[in-house]
Design a protein around this ligand. Structure first.
Ligand code: AMP
Length: 467
């Protein structure tokens, strides 16, 4: 499949080629043709699937005819977060650079008036978060009766963030004849209800990243202690097992954990920065820019803060906490392995997380393999607390390379920038069992008996193969 077969205009094709896109992604190949015939589209697609271009490209083609009028934008894109809205604007800058369109970004946390002035002058495209859009509408600065195309992006995120009533209200303010393109990574009942209410005979498209996630992202579970301090030790051990980290996102469930992890990792010499919901917009954008520019290697983030984050080439995702909602797992690991690149996702789990792990595996229809980070005696208790499936024989892990793994100094990730890394707790100086480990599968763990806290199973005393 080629972009030129999709029905896009010559100008759009030129911009696509200039952006370096050669082949449409699955969602683009499926969504663009119906979108160009003014059919509604219901797309099941995640971040990283190329869905932004799937709506931007047909929108650009459509906007080539006609022009914007004062206070009456022609198209509207709703995004759940300011960051995501800003990234869609960037996509317009890249893909719409030949179109000379007026794009207004209506997001909270920044001045209202310059946005209103932009709409006054006539905007072809409005990219907005729901709250700020309604603000403009209520102040009489915006008319929604000229909207020809509506895009609702990341609808399940909108649901999580409580935006569904706003979405319903906005949809009712738009002309009935508009075209709607609707994207969501998952389809919970509330989202299905919205789609049946506001879409008309949509083309249904399913292009989740499931296939690329399976093919290009290695997913692993890591047995972790429940105790926070031991768990932070385990996180550092895990990070050190990964010699090829270009940049990574460490997800935590709570913003307090985000702050704590950032401090802890920095203290241990890792290049880490935090992104959490309490940070103001400019601090978040600054941190994001530092991460994008590789000034910060590990971004510690909560789900809310990371929503809509578009960093094309994150090499690793580390889930310090197992996400409570299985969909969040899909979103989190969707940050790596994008556009066919190789990705690595590690999820730290203790026994208390079993049911969440099972829910994730049910959702992704796949068992996640366990990864051993070694680390001396701490995992003894952790192993005992690990979800039941870990007690099964370990399988050989893809790409196991223990024999070639360099000594720790070289294997350490590049963020270890200060000699303070030397002043680590004792466990970190312990000889790495995996260094001398044979590259063969581990012997079976006992099924029961002798596998409880304080009673180390025999296999733990044996050399462990690292990946
Ligand atoms: P998205 O899912 O829209 O966030 O896109 C994920 C990433 O894939 C972005 O960095 C896009 O620039 C990139 N991308 C989108 N479409 C293509 C394509 N057809 N070929 C290569 N990269 C793409």
């Amino acid at each position: 499949m080629n972009f030129s077969e999709l029905g896009l205009s010559a100008k759009v094709l030129e911009a696509v080629a200039a952006a370096g896109y050669t082949t449409p992604t699955a969602i683009q190949a499926q969504a663009i043709p119906p979108a160009l015939t003014r059919t509604d589209v219901l797309g099941l697609a995640q971040t990283g699937s190329g869905k932004t271009a799937a709506f931007v490209l047909p929108m650009l083609t459509m906007l080539e005819k006609g022009r914007a009028r004062a206070r009456m934008p022609r198209t509207l894109i709703l995004e759940p977060t300011r960051e995501l809205a800003a990234q869609v604007q960037e996509a317009f800058e890249t893909l719409g650079k030949l179109h000379n369109l007026s794009v207004a970004l209506l997001i909270g946390g920044v001045a209202f008036e310059p946005q209103a002035v932009k709409i006054d002058r006539g905007a072809d495209v409005v990219i907005a978060t729901p709250g700020r859009l309604l603000d403009h509408f209520e102040r009489g600065r915006l008319l929604l009766t000229g909207i020809e195309m509506l895009v609702i992006d990341e609808a399940d995120r909108m649901l999580d963030m409580g935006f569904i009533p706003d979405i319903e209200r906005i949809c009712k303010l738009l002309p009935f004849t508009r075209q709607t393109l609707f994207f969501s990574a998952t389809m919970p009942p509330e989202i299905q209800r919205i789609t049946s209410q506001f879409l008309h005979n949509p083309a249904r498209i399913e292009a989740t990243r499931a296939s690329s996630t399976v093919e290009t992202t290695e997913q692993h579970l890591v047995s972790a202690p429940h105790d926070p301090k031991l768990k932070r030790d385990a996180l550092r051990r895990l990070l050190r097992t990964q010699a090829n980290v270009k940049n990574g996102i460490v997800f935590a469930n709570r913003k307090t954990t985000v702050a704590l992890l950032e401090k802890s990792l920095s203290r241990h010499g890792f290049s880490a920065g935090a992104l959490h919901g309490d940070m103001d917009q400019s601090a978040r954008l600054k941190m994001l820019a530092a991460f994008r520019n590789n000034e910060v290697t590990y971004l510690i983030a909560s789900d809310v803060a990371a929503r809509g984050l578009d960093i094309p080439d994150v090499s690793h995702v580390f889930n310090y906490d197992v996400p409570i909602h299985a969909e969040d797992y899909v979103h989190r690991i969707g940050r790596t392995g994008r556009a066919g690149r190789e990705g690595h996702a590690f999820t730290m789990a203790c026994r208390e997380d079993s049911k969440y792990v099972r829910a994730i595996e049910a959702l992704i229809k796949k068992d996640i393999e366990w990864f051993d980070i070694g680390g001396g005696s701490a995992p003894q208790a952790d192993e005992a607390e690990a979800p039941a499936r870990e007690r099964q024989p370990r399988r050989r892990q893809r790409g196991a390379k223990s024999a070639e793994r360099p000594p720790r100094a070289e294997a350490a990730p590049k963020p270890e920038r200060s000699p303070r890394a030397e002043a680590k707790p004792k466990a970190e100086h312990a000889p790495r069992r995996e260094r001398a480990a044979p590259s063969r599968p581990l012997p079976d763990a006992p099924e029961s008996g002798g596998f409880h806290q304080g009673n180390m199973p025999a296999f733990l005393a044996r050399p462990v193969r690292a990946q």
